[in-house]
Design a protein around this ligand. Structure first.
Ligand SMILES: C[S@@+](CC[C@H](N)C(=O)[O-])C[C@H]1O[C@@H](n2cnc3c(N)ncnc32)[C@H](O)[C@@H]1O
Length: 250
């Protein structure tokens, strides 16, 4: 799929996230380890994973963090509120960035959290200007060498990466990656942790199960827009790995 089509697909998907029934399915399937409701994830992020990311970034006030593939900006806002760092969210879907910016205003965080429409492999942000890089369930869409090179370019020496990468069985890009270590290493990022996230794939099954249980109400609420979501819930795409990764810029 070309870039334009992917971006359009994401913009369409973000409209569905406003659905009350969809949000209810997210809540129901993550109740053992929830993120705050205002985070509005478009991912499988759990509360304990946000905390783990913040712990490994180890940033505080005065630090700068970038969130690649930030979606509606909940992770960026959560990190800013938890740590005091300034956070820049990057996403190529303009509708996501628009909602994320409004969300930052509503939470009174617009002076600390900003959002930018850009490809995560070529953000245009200043080299060496970040203390931390994060990303949740998003780097699978980019060439792994290019995204690792961009993370390394953005970080100052000693800066940290803490992210979660999910890898579908049928890759959405040319290269299927289950082990990111060689890519990080080539880019000058020294990997600390590279391990599967716990309770996976059970978390994913819980989410798709919660959507299936709500199929009728989703159709009622969303009309035709529910169909791609329900198709996915009926036959969830295979996932070969979901990994938590930390690294330090050499
Ligand atoms: C599964 S969503 C995750 C969103 C967010 N991290 C979250 O946890 O809710 C993947 C996101 O990556 C973005 N994305 C995918 N490829 C991208 C690229 N090459 N550059 C920038 N954003 C990209 C999509 O628009 C989407 O918002």
């Amino acid at each position: 799929m070309d870039e334009d089509a992917s971006v359009k697909g994401f913009n369409r998907a973000f409209r569905v996230l406003d659905s009350k029934v969809y949000r209810e399915a997210v809540r129901a399937s993550s109740q053992a380890d929830p993120v705050p409701e205002w985070v509005v994830p478009f991912s499988f992020i759990r509360g304990s994973e946000l905390q783990r990311i913040a712990a490994h970034l180890a940033v505080d006030e005065g630090a700068a963090v970038v969130d690649l593939g930030c979606g509606l900006g909940g992770t960026a806002l959560w990190i800013a509120e938890r740590t005091g760092a300034k956070v820049t969210g990057v996403d190529w879907a303009s509708e996501a960035v628009e909602s994320a910016s409004e969300h930052a205003q509503r939470r009174g965080q617009a002076d600390r959290v900003s959002f930018l429409v850009a490809n995560m492999t070529e953000t245009g942000l200043e080299s060496g200007s970040f203390d931390g890089v994060t990303s949740v369930d998003a780097i699978m869409f980019a060439d792994p060498d290019l995204v690792c090179a961009e993370m390394a370019r953005l970080l100052r020496h000693g800066g940290k990466v803490a992210l979660i990468a999910i890898e579908p069985e049928i890759p959405v890009r040319e290269t299927a990656v289950t082990d990111y270590r060689p890519y990080f290493d080539r880019a000058g990022l020294e990997v600390g942790i590279h391990e599967p996230t716990p309770d996976w794939p059970e978390n994913r099954e819980r989410f798709f199960g919660a959507l299936r249980e709500r199929a009728a109400r989703l159709r009622e609420e969303l009309g035709e827009a529910a169909e791609p979501l329900l198709d996915e819930a009926q036959t969830p795409p295979g996932v070969s790995a979901r990994v938590f990764i930390t690294a330090t810029k050499r």
